[in-house]
Design a protein around this ligand. Structure first.
Ligand SMILES: [Zn+2]
Length: 493
């Protein structure tokens, strides 16, 4: 081989290498590394996770109701296929999910629905231990809380309030509300409107997706700038309708109305919260304690508890506040378990909101960590009601914080009888979940889940029971010395 030939042969090898490399790049598919489903009465969430941003299109179709999500530049792997087995038979909204190749590098998900829903798809940047995520939230057309409150309107008692504070059955028989999407949505930037393919138009369509189109096709470029196809509206709180007693013959209330206590089990669903030394998840412990406390409160005369969540699903922090206000709660108690890098850290603590900075560096650190719940749990940037958010910010919380501190002190005093206190006074910081302008709110860090001994106690049934007892006693002591709250609420009715 001459020198020229050798050079030519070498060039040929290099060229073949680059052609091969570029063809790999052209067909390099993104890979779904995890698929999770969080079914709940409030909403069912499907999450897909991958190492790179996920690009998708979503559309809703009627007759029968279903949602189609086309994921681009993706390979159909076993993780994606496993999604079909993750839908529970008792999912309130989803009948089944079908997954198949739609065309080269495009995987089509068809979510068959039990009723008309409000879907909201969005992507999330890496947060916590998660990489890129595509989230599909499926909301009922009618807000379960508002449906429950409407049902109780004009009823003299709240006796048939469901134990979880939400309806026990899906609202499949309810008249669907008007579709909140409007033609103006089509003009939003980043959204491209295409006609839905007619039946038979796509010969390689793995599923029959033809039908009466109800939604435009949404194209997301880039993946992180998603707009929801249907924006779930946050409804404004209504006037109190849960009254225990009616007017007597003199036109006066014969008794105070029932005291409603919102119990907020921290974290949930995508957001596991802190992880214990032996792997316990904060979200499970907080729910177990909240459920125990609810049972105890419900057996107290004149008191009733409502849970902001009653299962393993995520609720945004502002959503917990809104829920408590919709339910006309008199108090809000958020239950958590603390964690620190040093496993020796231990003890219980109670926090209230601060409007002017934190009372200590550790309180500021904790509030920052707890407020990251929204990032990890996954909140669509588009689903916050700007009007309501502004109202919440504008209202002074000084009077409420004063009550929150009294409540916190009463609860901390009781917990001090069963566990060492991390701090023996109520600390304050900017916890987002405590920002109810008119509901005294506290956050209880029951113990350190990162401390092996306290983690064991937090998982212990008897200890959870003692914790619930001490919080209840604290609440009762607060009401014994601050009865004005219930009367004020009554006067407003
Ligand atoms: Zn927490």
């Amino acid at each position: 081989m001459t020198l020229v030939n050798k050079l030519l042969f070498h060039c040929f090898k290099v060229c073949v290498f680059f052609v091969a490399l570029s063809s790999v790049n052209a067909y390099a598919a993104n890979t779904i590394t995890a698929a999770r489903v969080w079914p709940a009465q409030d909403y069912t969430r499907i999450t897909l996770e991958s190492n790179s941003p996920i690009t998708y299109k979503m559309l809703s179709i009627k007759n029968p109701d279903r949602i189609v999500v086309d994921i681009e530049n993706i390979e159909l792997n076993t993780v994606l296929k496993s999604l079909t087995d993750k839908i529970l038979a008792n999912d309130p909204y989803i009948t089944q999910v079908r997954v198949a190749n739609f065309k080269p590098n495009v995987v089509r998900l068809v979510v068959d629905l039990k009723a008309e829903v409000k879907p909201n798809a969005f992507t999330l940047l890496p947060a916590g231990e998660y990489k890129h995520r595509l989230v599909l939230d499926i909301y009922p057309v009618k807000d379960p809380i508002m449906a429950m409150l409407a049902q109780h309107e004009n009823e003299p008692t709240a006796e048939n309030l469901p134990s979880s504070g939400i309806p026990a059955t899906p609202s499949t028989s309810e008249t669907p509300a008007a579709n909140p999407s409007t033609p103006t949505e089509a003009t939003k930037p980043g959204m491209i409107i295409e006609p839905l393919p007619q039946q038979g138009a796509e010969t390689n369509d793995p599923f029959d997706t033809a039908g009466e189109p109800s939604k435009p096709v949404e194209t997301v470029k880039p993946a992180e700038k998603s707009l929801p196809a249907v924006e779930p509206k946050v409804e404004t709180p209504q006037v109190a309708i849960l009254k225990k007693n009616t007017l007597d013959q003199k036109g006066q209330y014969s008794d105070l109305r029932e005291i409603i206590i919102a119990l907020d089990a921290g974290h949930g669903g995508e957001d596991p919260g802190a992880r214990g030394a032996t792997g316990s998840h904060e979200k499970h412990i907080t729910l177990a304690i909240a459920k125990k406390l609810k049972e105890k409160i419900d057996s107290e005369p004149g008191m009733r508890a409502v849970l902001t969540r009653d299962g393993d699903y995520f609720i945004p922090l502002h959503g917990r506040v809104i829920k408590a206000r919709k339910l006309q709660a008199d108090l809000f108690v958020s239950i958590h378990a603390d964690a620190f890098t040093n496993p020796a850290a231990r003890g219980s603590s109670v926090f209230a909101l601060s409007e002017r900075g934190a009372t200590s560096a550790s309180a500021r650190y904790l509030a920052k960590k707890e407020n990251e719940s929204d990032l990890i749990g996954g909140v669509s940037l588009d689903d916050k009601d700007p009007v309501l958010a502004r109202t919440l910010l504008d209202l002074s919380q000084t009077a409420t914080i004063s009550d929150s501190l009294k409540l916190g002190k009463a609860v901390l005093g009781q917990i001090g009888d069963i566990n060492k206190l991390h701090k023996n006074h109520v600390e304050q910081a900017g916890f987002a979940v405590l920002k109810s302008p008119d509901i005294p709110s506290i956050l209880v860090e029951t113990a350190f889940i990162s401390n092996p001994e306290e983690e064991r106690k937090l998982n212990d049934n008897a200890y959870q029971d003692k914790l619930a007892d001490s919080i209840l006693t604290g609440i009762k002591k607060y009401f014994a010395t601050n009865p004005a709250l219930a009367k004020t609420k009554l006067a407003k009715d």
